[in-house]
Structure formats: structure tokens, C-alpha cells
Design a protein around this ligand. Structure first.
Ligand SMILES: C[S@@+](CC[C@H](N)C(=O)[O-])C[C@H]1O[C@@H](n2cnc3c(N)ncnc32)[C@H](O)[C@@H]1O
Length: 352
């Protein structure tokens, strides 16, 4: 077994701890101890051929475990998993976990082929105010484009309900509620967002109405984050076929093609993205920014353009801080508007 596999488990324990998942920190540690002792975890991961660190092998493993629980195939362990109504019970937690590992080695070997993929609608608590800011009190229709969409759930940002001490928003009747802490001033929101197109791309787009895609997304939410889990479940249940249109495509070539497509007067084209920029090469990032500048040079007050993104800012990264930045054209203006938690649990608006 290569040393990177072991290192990936060691590092994952610390990441789970820092990201607030005591349950996963404990279970990944138990998996690591089992691996070191030459137990079934060693047999499961030993043949892994990818780069265990960059592929997040421990999260693939835990995704497989969570999926067994969600599929009803691990009832004892389910009693410890808050996403299915359980409560971690220390005296039996590790034993129940290792029993599931022992009974499902082939399944867990296969599960390692499934790359972790999430779609976090909490990020809409930053993206939607960014969109409101870009609109700037104008009554424009919006053509919303998104790269790294996953299942496209953030293309439906205006449909969710939002609850904070500083602002609220009423979405569709059947939509989930996003609750978060807000600090700072609040941008001016329109009465409603008139979004005439919702189109996204992803290297691996997921159809939110496909049960297989649903369970895949749900299985990668950490099992002691039931709020996130229920919110995602509700969003997946809300989506109807045709609500969003997703292409299987690389972000750079897709943006080049889409942002220059002609629009009617009175329509603002908006490119949005969240927590995907770090996956792009320097070349892809430059291609996208150049395509936006090119389209921006053609933008007019009747056909404006905006770039709304909520992405980690490595140079100022403070464990949880993601930055909301908005660029608008034709009169090119770029502003850092806010900072927020990666899952949108808090947003601090810094723009006056
Ligand atoms: C961490 S997820 C974020 C998904 C979504 N934006 C959100 O905030 O919930 C990153 C997504 O980016 C996609 N992705 C990574 N590289 C990409 C690329 N070059 N082109 C398009 N999508 C990409 C992944 O497949 C994945 O769905």
C-alpha cells in the first residue's frame, strides 16, 4: 500500500475536525487505526490506483458508508447517523462502523470509484445578494449561466426561502429554507428576479430528478450535518425536469461559447459560480476571464453583463472564508462584496 493512502486518512481526520464533523473525524480515525492494524480497511484501500490525496479517498470511503446507511443496509450504524434520525452513541459507534466495513468490503471497493460531488444550496445566501447587487435596481431580465453547476441547484437561487436577522426572501411554496447569519448592510433586492434562462455546465452534470444522482449527492453530505442534508433533499425534491438546462462540458470552452451568444435588449447575461474555481487550471481561468472581458467590451446598458462568484480566496483564506466578488459591464466595475462560510452558514457583507 502506498504511503499517500495512509496520509490521506491522517489528513482527513484533521479536516473533518476543523470543518465541524466530530462524527467523521472519529470514524475516519477508526478507519485509519483499522488500516494500520491490517484490518479490512487495508484490503479495501490497498488496490486504489488513483492519487488518494487529490481524489479525497477517505471521503469516497465515507460516501460509500453513508450510502449503505441511506439505503437501509446498515441499520445498526444508522442509529448513530443524525441524517437518518440517529444519535452517535460512543460505546458502540466504532464497533458498529467496523462491522459495516467488514460486511461490505466489495461494495466499499466499488464505492472508491465514485468521486465526491456536492451541490450546496447554502451558497445561494451569497450568490443571490450578488445577483441583486449586479441588477442594481434595474428592471432587467436575467440570463443566468453557471459553470461547475453539479446538479444546477444554485441556478434556482431565487426559488429558495431565505431567513436571516437582516433580510428574508420568500421563494416557491415547495422550496427549502436557507437560514444563516448575516452581518453588514443589505443590497437592494428586486420584487422578483425575472430569470429567463438557467443554463449550466459541469464535467459531470447530475440530473437532480434522477434517484441515483440524488442519493449520490446526499451520500457526500457528512452524516452529522442533518440540516444541510434535509435542505439538499428538499431542493432535490423541488426540482422539476426542465427547470435547469445542464451541459456536460469543460467550463472554459463553454464560457467562451455562451457569453457571446446574442441576447435581446433588456436582458442581462450573468455568469455565476461557486467553489469550483480551485479545480481549474491557470490556463482555463485565464480563458474564462478573457472571454468575460471580450463579452464585456460588447456589453451595453441595454445588454449588460455580470460575473458573480463565491470562491475560496487562498491568499486570505481564514479556514472558512469564501469571497463574493461581482464584476459588471459595460462600465467595468469590480467589487468584493462579502465574505462567507463555504456552506453559507454566515455571510458578512463588506461593501457599503
Ligand atoms: C465543489 S463542487 C461545487 C458545485 C456547485 N458549484 C456548488 O457550489 O454547490 C465543484 C464542481 O465543479 C465541477 N468541475 C470541476 N472542474 C470543472 C471544469 N473544468 N469544468 C466544469 N465543471 C468542473 C465538478 O464536477 C463539481 O461538480
Amino acid at each position: 500500500m502506498n504511503e499517500t493512502i495512509r496520509t490521506s486518512f491522517v489528513k482527513q481526520v484533521g479536516w473533518c475536525d476543523r470543518m465541524g464533523s466530530a462524527l467523521y473525524a472519529e470514524l475516519v480515525q477508526a478507519a485509519l487505526d483499522n488500516l494500520d492494524a491490517g484490518g479490512p480497511v487495508r484490503d479495501i484501500v490497498a488496490g486504489y490506483e488513483g492519487d488518494a490525496l487529490s481524489d479525497a479517498l477517505p471521503l469516497r470511503f465515507m460516501g460509500g458508508i453513508h450510502r449503505l446507511v441511506l439505503d437501509g443496509k446498515a441499520p445498526q450504524l444508522a442509529g448513530h447517523f443524525p441524517t437518518v434520525g440517529g444519535t452517535p452513541y460512543q460505546p458502540t459507534l466504532v464497533k458498529d462502523f467496523l462491522d459495516v466495513v467488514d460486511d461490505n468490503t466489495d461494495y466499499l471497493i466499488d464505492a472508491q470509484q465514485v468521486a465526491p460531488q456536492t451541490n450546496e444550496i447554502g451558497r445561494s445566501a451569497a450568490l443571490l445578494p450578488g445577483l441583486a447587487y449586479a441588477l442594481d435596481n434595474r428592471s432587467l431580465q436575467i440570463r443566468l449561466l453557471e459553470i461547475g453547476s453539479s446538479a444546477g441547484l444554485n441556478l434556482l437561487a431565487d426559488r429558495y426561502h431565505y431567513r436571516s436577522d437582516h433580510w428574508t426572501w420568500e421563494g416557491s411554496v415547495d422550496a427549502p429554507v436557507i437560514t444563516f447569519d448575516w452581518a453588514g448592510s443589505v443590497p437592494s433586492f428586486p420584487e422578483r428576479f425575472e430569470i429567463v434562462e438557467r443554463r449550466g455546465c459541469d464535467l459531470s452534470p447530475l440530473d437532480a430528478s434522477d434517484p441515483e444522482a440524488q442519493i449520490r449527492l446526499l451520500s457526500f453530505v457528512w452524516a452529522d450535518q442533518p440540516g444541510r442534508f434535509q435542505r439538499l433533499k428538499a431542493a432535490l425534491e423541488m426540482v422539476q425536469p426542465g427547470d435547469v438546462s445542464l451541459n456536460k462540458a469543460d467550463a472554459a470552452s463553454w464560457v467562451e461559447e455562451r457569453v457571446l451568444e446574442p441576447t435581446a435588449p433588456g436582458v442581462m447575461t450573468v455568469l455565476q459560480h461557486s467553489v469550483m474555481w480551485m479545480y481549474l487550471s491557470e490556463e482555463s481561468r485565464s480563458t474564462i476571464l478573457a472571454a468575460m472581458e471580450h463579452a464585456g467590451a460588447r456589453a451595453t446598458n441595454e445588454r449588460p453583463l455580470a460575473h458573480v462568484r463565491f470562491e475560496s480566496a487562498p491568499e486570505q483564506y481564514d479556514a472558512e472564508g469564501h469571497r463574493l466578488t461581482v464584476t459588471t459591464w459595460p462600465d467595468r466595475e469590480e467589487r468584493v462584496l462579502a465574505w462567507g462560510h463555504a456552506h453559507g452558514t454566515w455571510v458578512r457583507w463588506t461593501q457599503r
